[in-house]
Design a protein around this ligand. Sequence first.
Ligand SMILES: NC(=O)c1ccc[n+]([C@@H]2O[C@H](COP(=O)([O-])OP(=O)(O)OC[C@H]3O[C@@H](n4cnc5c(N)ncnc54)[C@H](OP(=O)(O)O)[C@@H]3O)[C@@H](O)[C@H]2O)c1
Length: 427
Amino acid sequence: MTIRVGFLGAGTVGGSLLRRLVEQNDAIATKSGVELDVHRVAVRDVGKARDVALGDGVLTADPRDVVTDPDVDLVVEVMGGLDPAGDLVLAALQSGKPVVTANKALIAARGRELIEAAEAAGVSLLFEAAVGGGIPIIRPLSQSLAGEQITRVMGIVNGTTNFILTKMIEDGLPYHGVLAEAQELGYAEADPTADVSGADAAAKAAILASLAFGIWVGFDRVHHEGIDQLEQIDFEFAANLGYRPKLLAIAEQGPGGIAVRVHPALVPSEHPLASVRGATNAVFVEGPAIGELLFTGPGAGGDPTATAVLGDVLHAARELLAKTPAKAPIRFAPGTIVEFDDVATKWYLRLEVADRPGVLARIASTFGDHRVSIKSVWQEGRGDRATLLLVTHDALERDLRAARAALDGLEVVGQVAAVIRVQSDEP
Ligand SMILES: NC(=O)c1ccc[n+]([C@@H]2O[C@H](COP(=O)([O-])OP(=O)(O)OC[C@H]3O[C@@H](n4cnc5c(N)ncnc54)[C@H](OP(=O)(O)O)[C@@H]3O)[C@@H](O)[C@H]2O)c1
């Protein structure tokens, strides 16, 4: 029996998958034992030239044609965005069609509702491509590692920002120059906000955390900060101190619950994440029995992402052929998500200060007043102004923020010029 596939979208990811289904159909069927047929494809502009030959009447400008067509057995959602994609996916699931999506924003915003709708309808909602592009990470987390008490998931899940940071570090170029180059090379979109603000990585962190801990973490529960405030000068200071800046997604289990966030962090140069270059993604999964697993590879791009989508399509097609109701691999239980203010981390600070006796003591006591303890201090420059670099021990977000405000008010402090978290398991 042939499984008839309907597409919502035929852009970068959808176009790559369509080409494969049209040009390599026999090879896919031989290897997987599943026959797939492209039945309906919704796009915004049916007049646009497409580099894949589709039969007459396959293209439509109305995406509802795809989800309501009784001859479509399975829906692939690669149009992106929340609206209308969310309601279309819900309608497809409710009418008994399994859905495969690459849409991280949608899963992070409405995943719980959609997963429950899929379960109620006895069909699968699969989203391997939503995190890490071509890297298999969703199925390992939700199935292969279902029996592990995962303690932390941490990694680089946005290729655009990693490309920009790599260029800034290796070529010594400022942020805006590198962003423009990334846009020219196609590594960053014309509107790069979702990537550089950390929002794209936060959607992925929400999904990874939900699957790792079995507690639903929506996008709105993930604190995120981007890379646009980072300055080249701190990259140089950090390198001298043995660190590299990375945009990290971190989800970890602590005594008070799980903490999930995305922000730039200085990573020790010898840490494997420090050497992840360019648009590559890498995710560590940690647990008491497995120790550390590292998943790495191309985190985006039409072809790698289409491979992940196709894997899900074949999985869902096999379930349809087996005619057994699909069950969601993960059930979400209630749990506590730690408020971001209560998360503790180490910190790097760069302060412009007056260079005279007693200044360091004033600064140290201001930190102490706010329960921030200094691990190391370096001083750069001479004359009446100096640059102080400090690395702290673990301190709460709320305490560091209060300490920073107090430092800003000190007459001996010209400015707190940079504050960057340090991700290190050292005491
Ligand atoms: N690109 C990647 O590397 C990558 C990696 C991982 C995940 N993803 C995810 O995959 C999804 C698709 O990304 P993409 O890069 O392939 O996007 P894209 O290139 O912008 O393609 C979007 C497609 O959807 C169609 N479309 C958009 N809105 C529509 C509407 N209202 N009605 C009908 N068709 C509509 C567009 O039609 P037209 O062709 O007529 O414009 C286009 O074919 C997103 O959720 C994205 O986050 C992408």
